[in-house]
Design a protein around this ligand. Structure first.
Ligand SMILES: [Zn+2]
Length: 394
């Protein structure tokens, strides 16, 4: 009997809108683990608060109600919006700094040299060494956004001589004259090298957004029917494979961009491995419990293969602080994903107190938060790579 027929017969039996609402409430109440159909049984330590085979409308609306998947849906939905914001921020903010490079610059200053820039500024602004905030300026000279800072501020020296130093130090002064700004940009911008391509970084951001949105959708809709659950699980696997594959792109590309052989080798390898993992997880036979460990090993192997290019990077650039800095982030990311996988596999803490963590605090929610934290760590590492390559080139 379809849900509509059941509702119609319900309306004819009980009259009045109040009784009708009560009927619906009873029909779509949360159930316990032992009442679930086989395909929805996954974790016996989560005892209650399950949605089971609800109509699509009720399933979609359940994003705003409390059940044992609410936090699983929201942790990755919030993660998705976090990465969407980071993508928009990166696309808008970071090219703004390097757009200045498209101007014409004197050949004399082709090579990036921040120490030289600092020296030049100190000699061209003789009043600066006497200021108490000189140390802060020196620190700011080392930061990535230095070009933007000076682009905005330095010309005020020419138009409002008395306020120059304050303007430089405080990072304010937005009303600089256009021609003056361009003059200064022409002097300073050549000290930075031409920016390198951003596509590997955006590929990672795209992979992260796809993974988080696919996971969130999977947790919301899987309880609808066996068919939807089957499709959603595959979408979830594809999302994980996409996140792992695209996570390789920034470190591999920016580490080996000056060495095309290794760059192509690693990029090709991880892309092939990612596509293979997605194809393999689409095969119906891989859904069977017997293949669960093989699927898990495939994802684990993908992640583990990242150790090789990272070690290679360390050997090649052992004397560069950026290589150590990014490796630090990569170790942190590995630890966050590793703890996430451990929590996921051991089903801690709900196995200690079954039923106590149904709504909040069970392992899958902790796993989701750790995945978002790991991906964010990787985003920060990506910014270090961009800064490094923008300044150093090959
Ligand atoms: Zn999940």
């Amino acid at each position: 009997m379809s849900s509509e027929t059941m509702e119609n017969s319900g309306t004819s039996l009980v009259k009045g809108s109040k009784r009708q609402r009560l009927w619906k409430k009873v029909k779509y109440q949360l159930v316990e683990y032992h009442m679930l159909p086989g395909y929805l049984r996954d974790n016996e330590y989560i005892v209650g608060h399950y949605r089971s085979e609800w109509p699509l409308k009720q399933v979609l609306l359940s994003i705003f109600s409390i059940h044992n998947e609410t936090l699983n849906v929201w942790t990755h939905l919030i993660g998705f919006f976090l990465f969407l914001s980071l993508t928009i921020y990166t696309a808008m903010k970071i090219p703004k700094v390097v757009d200045l490079h498209t101007l014409h610059f004197p050949d004399v200053l082709k090579k990036a040299d921040l120490h030289k820039l600092q020296e030049e500024l100190l000699t061209s602004l003789p009043s600066l060494p006497n200021l108490p905030d000189l140390h802060r300026l020196r620190e700011e000279l080392k930061t990535w956004h230095i070009l933007e800072l000076f682009y905005n501020c330095l010309p005020e020296r020419f138009s409002h001589a008395n306020h120059t130093d304050v303007c430089v130090l405080m990072g304010t002064g937005r009303q600089c004259e256009r021609s003056m700004k361009e003059d200064v940009a022409n002097i300073i911008a050549p000290l930075m090298l031409t920016p390198i391509t951003r596509w590997p970084f955006f590929a990672f951001l795209g992979g992260a957004m796809f993974c988080l949105l696919a996971s969130s959708t999977c947790h919301l809709l899987s309880c609808h029917s066996e068919r939807v659950s089957y499709i959603m699980l595959r979408l979830d696997y594809a999302g994980i494979a996409a996140l792992i594959s695209t996570s390789f792109y920034p470190p591999v590309y920016y580490s080996f961009m000056c060495n095309p052989f290794f760059c192509n080798l690693y990029m090709g390898f991880i892309t092939l491995l990612g596509i293979t993992t997605i194809m393999v997880s689409l095969l119906p036979v891989f859904q069977t419990p017997g293949f669960r460990s093989i699927r898990a090993s495939l994802f684990f192997g993908m992640g583990l293969s990242g150790v090789l290019p990272i070690m290679h990077k360390l050997v090649m650039f052992w004397d560069q602080p950026e290589a150590l800095h990014t490796t630090g982030y990569e170790i942190l990311m590995g630890a966050l994903y590793g703890i996430g996988a451990l929590v996921y596999a051991t089903r801690i803490p709900e196995r200690w107190m079954p039923g106590k963590f149904d709504i909040a605090g069970h392992s899958h929610q902790l796993f989701h938060v750790l995945v978002v934290a790991g991906a964010y760590t990787h985003y920060r590492a990506g910014l270090v790579y961009l800064k490094w390559r923008d300044l150093e080139g090959c």
